[in-house]
Design a protein around this ligand. Structure first.
Ligand SMILES: Nc1ncnc2c1ncn2[C@@H]1O[C@H](COP(=O)(O)OP(=O)(O)O)[C@@H](O)[C@H]1O
Ligand SMILES: [Mg+2]
Ligand SMILES: [Zn+2]
Length: 511
């Protein structure tokens, strides 16, 4: 007897339908599984056999062959346990085959027949819906991940027995559905953090607003306690709210990483702050079973690297590719995996080992020590930061004064307008933000009139700027003009943009 069930595998951040065929024939009682399987999938044999027995199903001693197709994609993980068990039950006649012919099934089996959660449920259910499946059966613990997908009925299950009962008689389970609008309404900016928590720091806040508006990477230099971490953590609160598509993209990544915690969708922009001991693989993704790294978990949000010089040099250097492409490509013998990595890079550094350079009352570091400390950051990486600012310690008196600080919503509203201007300007290009401009497009979109051209040239010579710095100044000036809702870049925009370069001259250039 032969029977067929449907399941899915993950490739990159998308699901792909996998057919699970089971055949039962006379002959030596062996259980074979074929179809380009990873080691966990091969082990499904043992789990399925014992789970079936412990769930009360009699499996006669026959030859069982299970084939997972298509054969050219590698199947990994434990999510095929349940569809394999169902296909076998079909082949033995315990279940009518029509009962699961249009249902997508995933789940890991315990030896006692319980169904455990698996990774990647959201992209799988999404793919099933797109492929026209009407129903899906997924682990109860993942049920919210499936329930946010519209156009397919999602059934959460806890045991194999429950699944068999359901397939024999539809009435036993209710589909779960979570209306999207309500999820999005619920968050309605009940943020726990807000920019109004930060006293003073006008200049830093302004620079951050510009950075977010144009998606420019930003570097903050300043002594310990000057509020660098505090400012960084609040950056996602001034980014525009996530659209449904953005939320879906991030949620797929978290689902695959097993980090969705059954919350359905990620509704807030991510803020990822990996420790400086992080490995290259954990940062950019990869591993034997490819997994998204921090750069992908920060997709649509912020990747914060605190104490940048403390990171391993080679770990940091691998960031250059995702920063350039806004995605990560991982090559394996069995295929190439692509993960989104569209994040804003925010980094903080102390100016020296002790942290207080150039305050000579507190810092005894020699110029050479300071040089060596900051020299850990390579020029090419430094070049990725369009904006550099100094975080200055505010004094106790300033902290004590309760002046009214602007809140995140007010800043976010300005950011949104600047972003809409960029979207309109670049609607025929494949870019969204000023930070994505390249020399050719800078020429087209960042035109200056004669006197501003002169101003910039003068600074160029006086500050001994590189061609790269020149382009970055123009991109930032474009964003400042957009925040000002000015179609033309004016002198004041250029002057302000130059300020955000002069700092890395102070710390990195003239030492
Ligand atoms: N501008 C500020 N307004 C309010 N609190 C501040 C400010 N700057 C620093 N603090 C306080 O000092 C603490 C240390 O700041 P932190 O962001 O950790 O500094 P850094 O990362 O530069 O070492 C913060 O948690 C906050 O309580
Ligand atoms: Mg800090
Ligand atoms: Zn020092």
């Amino acid at each position: 007897m032969f029977s067929k069930a449907f399941s899915a595998a993950i490739h990159g951040i998308d699901g792909m339908i996998v057919t699970v065929e089971a055949d039962v024939s006379d002959g030596l009682p062996v259980f074979d599984m074929v179809g380009f399987l990873g080691s966990e999938v091969k082990e499904a044999r043992e789990r399925v056999k014992i789970a079936l027995k412990n769930s009360g199903f009699k499996i006669p001693a026959k030859r069982i062959t299970v084939n997972l197709s298509p054969a050219d994609i590698r199947k990994e993980g434990t999510a095929f346990d349940l569809p394999v068990a169902i296909a076998i039950l079909g082949a033995f006649g315990h279940l009518p085959e029509e009962s699961f012919k249009d249902i997508l099934i995933i789940g890991e089996l315990s030896l006692n027949g319980r169904i455990n959660k698996v990774n990647g449920v959201l992209p799988i259910v999404y793919c099933a819906m797109q492929q026209g499946f009407k129903k899906c059966i997924i682990p109860m613990e993942n049920s919210r991940e499936g329930a946010v997908v519209e156009g397919i009925e999602t059934y959460g299950v806890s045991t194999l027995v429950e699944v068999v009962k359901f397939l024999n008689d539809e009435e036993t389970l209710e589909p779960l559905y979570i209306p999207r609008e309500e999820m999005f309404k619920d968050i309605s900016h009940k943020e726990s953090m807000d920019f109004s928590d930060v006293t003073g720091q006008r200049a830093a806040k302004r620079a951050i607003e510009i950075a977010v508006a144009g998606m420019h990477n930003i570097l903050m230099i300043g002594p310990p306690g000057s509020g660098k971490t505090m400012l960084a953590k609040r950056i996602p609160t001034i980014m525009p709210e996530l659209s449904f598509d953005e939320s879906m993209e991030i949620s797929k990544i978290y689902s695959i990483a097993g980090m969705l915690d059954n919350q359905g969708l990620i509704l807030r922009r991510p803020f990822r702050s990996p420790h400086h001991t992080i490995t290259t693989t954990a940062l950019v993704g990869g591993g034997r079973l490819p997994r998204p790294g921090e750069v992908s978990l920060a997709d649509q949000g912020v990747l914060f690297l605190d104490e940048l010089p403390e990171f391993q040099k080679n770990t940091i250097e691998v960031l250059r590719q995702p920063l350039e492409d806004r995605l990560v490509t991982i090559s394996r013998l069995n295929g190439t995996y692509v993960y989104p990595a569209n994040f804003m890079l925010v980094a903080a550094i102390n100016p020296c080992n002790c942290g207080f350079y150039p305050d000579r009352n507190r810092c005894n570091c020699s110029i050479n020590q300071v040089k060596r400390y900051l020299g850990k950051i390579s020029q090419p990486l430094l070049d990725r930061f369009d904006i550099c600012i100094e975080a200055i310690e505010i004094n106790y008196r300033e902290l004590a004064i309760k002046q009214k600080e602007e809140n995140s919503e007010e800043i976010r509203n300005r950011v949104r307008i600047a972003r809409e201007i960029q979207m309109n300007r670049y609607k025929d290009q494949s870019i969204y933000f000023n930070s994505q401009l390249i020399p050719r497009t800078i020429k087209a979109y960042c035109k200056l009139d004669k006197k501003d051209q002169d101003l910039l040239e003068e600074a160029f010579i006086k500050m001994n700027l590189s061609a790269r710095a020149y382009h970055r100044i123009l991109k930032v000036a474009r964003t400042i003009a957009d925040l000002d809702q000015s179609p033309q870049i004016k002198s004041k925009h250029i002057s302000e943009a130059i300020c955000y370069r002069s700092l890395d001259q102070k710390y990195f250039g003239t030492l």
